[in-house]
Design a protein around this ligand. Structure first.
Ligand SMILES: *[C@@H]1O[C@H](CO)[C@@H](O)[C@H](O)[C@H]1NC(C)=O
Ligand SMILES: *[C@@H]1O[C@H](CO)[C@@H](O)[C@H](O)[C@H]1NC(C)=O
Ligand SMILES: *[C@@H]1O[C@H](CO)[C@@H](O)[C@H](O)[C@H]1NC(C)=O
Length: 487
């Protein structure tokens, strides 16, 4: 039934490129600037490479990550500075040098000798920060630690490089001072100004993707900072999407298993302290008291419940439907309050669901006689990482010739059969699993399928049969009833 799985963006394709030498002097980096924006669960890293070609006809530039940086990176995108269209990136894995991971970025045009280009590499790191200390009392500030490597590695010579680490507050109790790098340093190896720590400028850094450089100069650095927002981790997200042509409805239901991954609470939780802190507007920022989520425009029948039943302390600002394909991005906004404030180490499991008009998500391809449905991978909880996600898209009964296009590769994918009330043969369902999703992973999954006319008729027949049997039971019951009365 499954014809093909395709992946739209060409991120992280397996390597088929001819072999190359990392030591090649094809380029020189005139400057590298890396900016790290510290957060809780998500850390945004943007690195600008000012590149000059030293050999003619260059079309591929290599970007390299150390082992830990590669492990933490959940999303990666390269662009020419100031442009919108992402460049193709190919994951070459570890080549030549152990613990140095290589990505090939395809340049938009050939560079001649002395030709220059500015590339911007954006990544999002997850699970890159940790509470330090790991316990804190209710009124304590939330201190986090972030570790990274001092040098941005590159197979090419770099005339000057610097790394800026930006914290969310200027309260930075400590940060590392690098050692043994005097040969690159002009004035100071590290400086701090307000909420920003700057490593560098470091001058004339030779090609660094070799064991000798790594051994002599590369070193871990860390920043210890006060982060006044909850560190949110969705340990598990289960999204179930049900398409009903018959009811002209698309239902989305999400089960969130949310955790405040900040420092564990030391001592007891005092509701009185919490309320008075709240009252005086001095609430410890790392306690989660509410969430604001963007849901689709045009939704109806929203519901939110947890293990104890309905939660009524939520407020939905509904926006009417936006015509499909319209450029206007509009959301309904749900402000929800968990049943209890979420302190460090605490979990909260809840289910959020709603209906949307089918025509907002499904279109009809008349040429190929196929329906095409677009479903977002997830609803993002601001600032959170989703450790594990399962997305299940349940198609109408009898759907065939299923074709799936995912915005980025799934960890696993399958076609299952989902059986529910009033189904005769069960419905095909597309199931996808993902890990470490971030705010960059809210893109659309597209599923296209055919529904033969006979399958369209199955539902009314099944419902008709169900009504008929109810009617028969009713008749029998009435007879029994009559007889009882007579007796
Ligand atoms: C490239 O630039 C260098 C230094 O500016 C110059 O010496 C060289 O002639 C240039 N090469 C070409 C092909 O323009
Ligand atoms: C929860 O609320 C919905 C809508 O308000 C209602 O239909 C449903 O019966 C409620 N469920 C419980 C268990 O209270
Ligand atoms: C939260 O959930 C995780 C994983 O299921 C579990 O290990 C942990 O003990 C839970 N914490 C609390 C406070 O219930």
């Amino acid at each position: 039934m499954l014809r093909r799985w395709r992946t739209l963006s060409l991120l992280l394709l397996s390597s088929l490129l001819p072999s190359f030498s990392l030591a090649g002097p094809a380029f020189e980096n005139t400057a590298i600037v890396r900016t790290i924006e510290l957060g809780g669960s998500l850390v945004h890293v943007s690195t600008t490479y000012a590149v000059k070609a030293l050999e003619p006809g260059q079309t591929v530039y290599h970007v390299t990550f150390g082992k830990h940086e590669k492990e933490k990176t959940s999303w990666i995108e390269a662009k020419v500075k100031g442009q919108v269209k992402p460049l193709e990136i190919t994951d070459l894995g570890e080549r030549d040098v152990r613990d140095v991971h290589v990505f090939a970025v395809s340049l938009p045009r050939k560079l001649a000798i002395n030709g220059t280009i500015n590339l911007v590499l954006e990544t999002i790191q997850t699970h890159a920060t940790y509470p330090y200390p790991s316990y804190a009392a209710q009124a304590d500030p939330q201190l986090l630690k972030y570790d990274t490597d001092l040098f941005v590695l590159s197979p090419y010579t770099t005339l000057v490089q610097r790394t800026k680490i930006k914290s969310s507050s200027s309260d930075i109790p400590s940060y590392s001072t690098p050692e043994g790098i005097d040969e690159f340093v002009g004035d100071a190896s590290v400086t701090k100004s307000g909420a920003t720590i700057t490593y560098g400028p470091y001058h004339n850094v030779a090609s660094s993707t070799n064991a000798e450089f790594l051994f002599k100069h590369q070193q871990p650095i860390s920043a210890h900072y006060n982060h006044g927002h909850p560190v949110l981790e969705v340990m598990k997200l289960q999204r179930s999407v049900e398409i009903s042509h018959w009811g002209s409805n698309l239902n989305i239901e999400d089960r969130f298993n949310l955790r405040n991954a900040g420092p564990l609470l030391r001592g007891h939780f005092s509701r009185l302290d919490y309320q008075s802190q709240n009252y005086f507007g001095r609430m410890a920022g790392h306690i989660l008291s509410g969430l604001t989520l963007h849901l689709p425009a045009g939704l109806t029948n929203a519901y939110f419940y947890d293990l104890n039943g309905n939660v009524s302390t939520s407020h939905l600002r509904q926006t009417p439907s936006v015509p499909r394909g319209s450029k206007a991005i509009q959301h309904s906004i749900l402000e929800m309050r968990p049943r209890y404030p979420l302190l460090g180490g605490w979990n909260y499991s809840f289910t959020l669901g709603f209906d949307t008009p089918l025509q907002d998500s499904v279109s009809w391809d008349a040429v190929n006689q196929r329906h095409i449905v677009g479903v977002p991978v997830m609803t993002h909880i601001p600032g959170s990482v989703v450790d594990e996600a399962e997305v299940k898209i349940i198609l109408p009964e009898g759907a065939t010739d299923i074709d799936v296009v995912t915005p980025f590769p799934a960890l696993s994918s399958a076609i299952l059969t989902h059986v529910s009330y009033l189904d005769t043969t069960g419905r095909p369902a597309v199931s996808l699993s993902y890990k470490d999703l971030t705010d960059k992973h809210t893109a659309m999954i597209y599923v296209s399928y055919k529904v033969p006319l006979s399958a369209h008729l199955k539902k009314p027949v099944a419902v008709g049969a169900a009504f008929m049997s109810l009617f028969m039971i009713g008749l029998v019951a009435r007879r029994v009833d009559l007889r009882l009365h007579k007796a």
